[in-house]
Design a binder for this molecule. Structure first.
Ligand code: GLU
Length: 498
């Protein structure tokens, strides 16, 4: 293979905030592509129609753009292998599913949810760890097609071997072996006619000419199924390289989670981190410069980058270290004029001031009140007085639960305008059996650090969704936090009420 043929991609699903894990993968793919004179592609994997949103896709593009990881082909700029949004490729996937059906390497599965549960349990009792629809696998194609044409709902599953072993070769993990008996007959086409991740991912990686699949370790168990799909189609699989999972800086080094760490790229922008510092920090996770320098530019990283040097020991996402590095950038790389430009880009600019002015004006006695009144707009953390964080007649835990529910509701919100927020709080108050005024008081404290400030909903709109949710999470911690168990129970309750 010549260097010019290297083609890699990052393939985020647009469900929620643009995640630092996506930035991490994008950076390593980008550095590899650039170091080999290859191409870096952005593909949007939005086959989960219930969870994908255009807002989330836009935020991903914005976040990667802010970081300066420019893609050569993607949904916004097109390219020779488009479209780059999976929802626009449905016909391609159906065609490929048909090929597998015709080959007899896939079959329709007509089991209802209940039947599926029952058979799964039966197979588990017999000591079969994975699910295979044994009847479906043998049903004559004639009969299967007739039932489908008569309108019976079905999914399509790929046939995985019943026994034997699959050996996969990963650039970093080496040889990994899996028993086929432990691998489900994966659904490749859902009953809504959309493909699952597995099929779409393999078809697209092939059609887009991807040579190296560099992605998170959580996908390594999917490789046997993917290899089998490559084999069915008669395609050469790409090189697989699974990056280590990012970890929280906690005792058990748990998987990076937003409960313990901010994970939205756009939060870091709002909190005043510099994109080059965040990239540098991500570059230090599982990789280091040959001379162990801690501060380096993207260009320097590209010049020194080799995929095989990545270290699998779980890299810790330590925000304190990121802050330290960011501080070095601010101190070492800017003169006063340069720093002023960064501050202007960030938040000290006419657009932001014009949004705040009408909210502040009625509350100013002197011009100098401005600083105190509006400081929370230009901060990351606000001082939290746990005493002031209280909800009339309710316990701290009740308040923490309420904050958490608000976080979830805000997360699901498609637009973050004050009118929408007002409606959301009215609903929240009603559900909690509270007067709106009593409900909003602790929110003022959590978001502004004071019990009274500029109007809540407009202020939230200016702070933005990422910062608002981050401050609410900090308030939950200040109230003693919610244990994983309580959080799970609450989540269940919340989901059932929606
Ligand atoms: N859509 C998958 C994700 O969100 C992509 C995984 C892959 O790179 O294959 O992580």
């Amino acid at each position: 293979m010549t260097d010019s043929e290297v083609r890699v991609r990052v393939a985020p699903s647009p469900t929620g905030d643009p995640h630092v894990g996506t930035a991490y993968q994008a950076l390593f793919n980008y550095a590899f592509a650039r170091s080999r004179g290859g191409k870096f592609i952005l593909r949007i994997e939005d086959t989960d129609r219930a969870r994908s949103t255009p807002q989330s896709e836009a935020a991903i593009l914005e976040a990667l753009g802010w970081l300066g990881l420019k893609w050569d082909e993607g949904p916004d700029i097109g390219g020779p292998h488009g479209p780059y949004r999976q929802s626009e490729r449905a016909a391609i996937y159906r065609e490929h599913v048909q090929i597998l059906l015709d080959q007899g390497n896939a079959y329709r599965c007509f089991l209802s949810r209940e039947e599926l549960e029952r058979m799964r349990a039966e197979q588990r009792d017999k000591g079969l760890p994975a699910f295979k629809d044994l009847e479906g696998r043998q049903r004559p194609e004639e009969e299967s097609r007739r039932r489908a044409e008569a309108g019976e709902p079905f999914t399509v599953r790929m046939k995985t071997p019943l026994d034997g072993e699959c050996v996969i070769d990963d650039l970093l993990h080496g040889e990994v072996r899996k028993d086929w008996a432990s691998i489900d007959d994966q659904i490749i086409l859902k009953s809504d006619g959309f493909p699952t991740y597995h099929l779409a991912n393999v078809v697209d990686d092939h059609l887009m000419g991807i040579t190296h699949v560099i992605r998170g370790e959580e996908w390594i168990n999917s490789v046997p199924k993917h290899l089998e799909l490559y084999r069915f189609f008669g395609w050469k699989p790409p090189v697989f390289c699974h990056l280590p999972l990012l970890r929280n800086n906690d005792k058990n080094r748990s998987k990076l989670s937003k409960r313990k760490n901010p994970t939205s790229i756009l939060y870091y922008r709002r909190a005043g981190f510099l994109p080059q510092a965040l990239l540098n920090f991500l570059g230090l996770l599982g990789w280091s410069m040959p001379g162990e320098e801690e501060k380096f530019t993207l260009e320097e990283m590209i010049a020194a980058f080799r995929l095989e040097d990545i270290n699998l020991g779980g890299p810790v996402f330590d925000v304190q270290k990121l802050k330290w590095l960011n501080g070095r950038y601010i101190r070492e790389d800017y003169d006063a004029a340069g720093l002023r430009r960064e501050l202007e880009k960030w938040a000290i600019n006419p657009e932001t001031l014009e949004k705040i002015l009408p909210l502040a004006q009625p509350r100013l006695m002197t011009l100098s009140d401005w600083g105190y009144l509006t400081a929370f707009f230009f901060a990351d953390e606000v001082p939290l007085d746990p005493q002031a964080l209280e909800l009339k007649g309710r316990s701290d835990e009740d308040l923490a639960r309420l904050f958490q529910i608000a976080v979830w509701k805000l997360e699901a919100l498609r637009d973050f305008r004050s009118e929408t927020l007002e409606a959301l709080f009215a609903e929240l108050a009603e559900q909690a059996g509270l007067k709106l005024r009593d409900l909003t008081r602790p929110f003022y404290v959590a978001l502004t650090g004071r019990s009274a400030a500029t109007p809540l909903y407009q202020s939230m709109e200016i702070l933005g969704s990422d910062m608002v949710r981050m401050r609410l999470r900090r308030a939950i911690d200040a109230l003693g936090g919610l244990s994983a168990k309580k959080l799970k129970a609450l989540e269940k309750e919340f989901a059932s009420r929606r």
